[in-house]
Design a protein around this ligand. Structure first.
Ligand SMILES: [Zn+2]
Length: 261
């Protein structure tokens, strides 16, 4: 769904049930019917109506009023954003951008390995992917060491995350660990997963000015620092990503694509 906020509110809100339960329930006078609706949602939106909020204001300032910014952001409700696993900001890219990231073949290899790992792990559980983890299975398969638990608990409080978002971060951390062929979920995986909650981190709090935004930015920087220092300590490096030039400030997607990401 491109330009997500341009869709009607009722259409967007109707996504909440299938995103959560993987089915839709339709009730009519003659009865209620349940249909399967397991799908992957990929969507993009601008940061504001003019498209320049949060960018380099000296280069191209945002011309939106606070009211118009609030109205634009309000079209994406908190409960809908809550159900989106990966929320990624895509800054404006330079005209020329080099490689340095993974090739498609390398990415495919990582995904297939993560897929196999999940197939083996969940062979006798009745689920197939990390995204389906809940309750006891989540506690068992996404158990965190003390430092990672402390980071996630801190983010939960500081960003005012919902319980649902907390669990989604856990599941995503499990998938990031799988992509690194790592049996245990570690601090670096949680720190990376937290950074994929762009809407939680950057959504302006219009009732309380920019207070929440500043706190969120600080929390984001701390998570990034924790991730970087942990990776440096372990002597590992994430491959770079090749971002496509995109005016959109934020791209969001929910996946059930076999990797749980
Ligand atoms: Zn704007």
């Amino acid at each position: 769904m491109d330009e997500l906020p341009e869709f009607g509110r009722s259409a967007l809100e109707s996504l909440r049930q299938p995103l959560e339960d993987r089915h839709v329930t339709i009730g009519r006078a003659r009865g209620v019917t349940r249909f399967p609706a397991s799908f992957m949602l990929a969507a993009a939106m601008n940061p504001c109506a003019c498209g320049f909020w949060g960018g380099d204001q000296s280069e191209r300032p945002c011309t939106c009023s606070v009211g118009s910014l609030a109205r634009y952001r309000a079209r994406m409700s908190g409960p809908l954003a809550d159900r989106i696993d990966l929320q990624v900001e895509i800054p404006r890219q330079p005209v020329s951008f080099g490689g340095g990231g993974m090739t498609s073949e390398e990415a495919r290899g990582k995904l297939e390995a993560a897929y196999e790992r999940q197939c083996r792990r969940y062979a006798d559980t009745g689920i197939r992917w990390n995204s389906a983890l809940s309750g006891r299975l989540l506690a068992v398969h996404a158990r965190l060491p003390g430092d990672a638990e402390a980071l996630l608990t801190g983010m939960y409080s500081r960003l005012g995350l919902s319980y649902r978002a907390h669990d989604r971060i856990l599941k995503l951390s499990r998938t990031i660990a799988d992509l690194e062929d790592c049996g245990d979920v570690r601090l670096e995986h949680v720190a990376e997963a937290v950074q994929y909650r762009a809407l939680d981190r950057t959504m302006p709090d219009f009732e309380h000015g920019a207070i929440r935004g500043k706190q969120a930015a600080r929390a984001r920087n701390e998570a990034a620092a924790a991730s970087a220092s942990d990776r440096a300590a372990k002597g590992r490096k994430r491959p770079g990503t090749q971002g496509a030039p995109n005016q959109a400030g934020q791209a969001v997607c929910d996946s059930d694509d076999g990797t749980g990401r």
